[in-house]
Design a protein around this ligand. Sequence first.
Ligand code: FAD
Length: 398
Amino acid sequence: MAGCAAALALSRQGLAVDLFEAVAEPQPIGAGLLLQPTGQQVLQALGLLEPLLGLGAKVDRLFGDTPSGRTVLDMSYHRFSPQAYGLGVQRGALMGVLWQALRASEVNWRCGVAASRFEQEGEQVRLFAGETALGSYAALLLANGSFSKLREQMQVKQSARVFPYGALWTVLPRPAQFPELDLRQRFRGARQMLGLMPVGRNFGDAPEAAAGVNLFWSLPLAEVQGWHAAAGAQGLARLKQEMVDLLPLCEPLLGGLQDPAQLRQARYADVQMAHWHQGRVLAIGDCGHGMSPQLGQGANLALIDAHVLAGLCAGQNQGQLDWPALLARYSRERRAHLRFYSQASRGLTPMFQSNQRLAPFLRDRFFGWGGRLPLVHQQSIATLSGVKTGWLLGRLKL
Ligand SMILES: Cc1cc2nc3c(=O)[nH]c(=O)nc-3n(C[C@H](O)[C@H](O)[C@H](O)COP(=O)(O)OP(=O)(O)OC[C@H]3O[C@@H](n4cnc5c(N)ncnc54)[C@H](O)[C@@H]3O)c2cc1C
């Protein structure tokens, strides 16, 4: 998403862009995601929000509770701003819309090319795939996700810590009688978590195709990685029973889950960098600031990165761009926003996905209660909407 969006946004500023994607035929990995008002704004600027609205599902309320009925989360975008909503989308829908625009653009894209190293020399960055030189460029954007080896070649202080929990997730067709849901979560401590979210139709689906519901099931990382090998049909039946025990209303939906292969594995890392540029190289998206999905921000941040970078290039002649200065400016502009979401996600994750007991205990005691206070609700939903650049004050201007 970061790479596609940046390539598109920069090419719309008149820059010549080459895009290299490792996968020969790009397909969405994973299931669905929630696009926040900030991400929607970037897509609007790219002219891509309209087609996505025709596919996705608007989400107003986020509700999560415990099996004993204690409310943990109850937030509404409407209470933040009457026009605001989250947009639940299938990854395939977002990728389909982005790739359709890329194919129609001036971007010179090549799939099935895995870049492996770069060299900065004078006013050029040379990019390689193994021993093959891919080209010499005035600047290089690294947008290859949290587990990027290219990022490790940047001489910038950085760390990438894999979270101890991951997830199994998929999109299932919504049965005809299934209740109309917004985002619905159920937690047992921080060890069990099930999430359901409407995500509408996939790219290329017929208008009458059943709308999808995203299903998220949290698991310790070791179990995620071994799950498909160990599961088989019995493992799937056991898993479905655990899901129903935690949230009985999901039972009719699970009729659509027949094969372990429908479940995709997700793992995530907390990526931190002192800054995101080094000379003519910049890390964007998860590559620069991967985080856990608890706040539903990763794809949004990737889209904002692209938008901000393109904004810095606006109105300038490609030949005259001072890339090292421009990328350093990008790091300064993005710092407050990215730092806030990185800290917030790191702070929240142990409350929702960990072996800890105290953190979820405090969550269950205080989150629901705190959320009823107007000021806390305002702050929480502003955080979710993706607009915060500081713990109390500070709003992102796009
Ligand atoms: C369970 C889960 C739920 C999530 N929910 C949400 C949500 O609700 N809202 C939200 O905003 N975000 C969410 N996210 C986060 C979101 O998925 C990521 O932040 C987003 O995908 C990051 O996009 P990216 O383009 O930076 O990286 P990626 O999506 O990781 O893309 C990296 C790309 O680089 C390619 N690549 C890799 N190596 C190379 C190479 N050497 N050369 C060339 N190409 C290469 C890959 O094939 C891939 O296409 C969620 C994530 C997970 C795991």
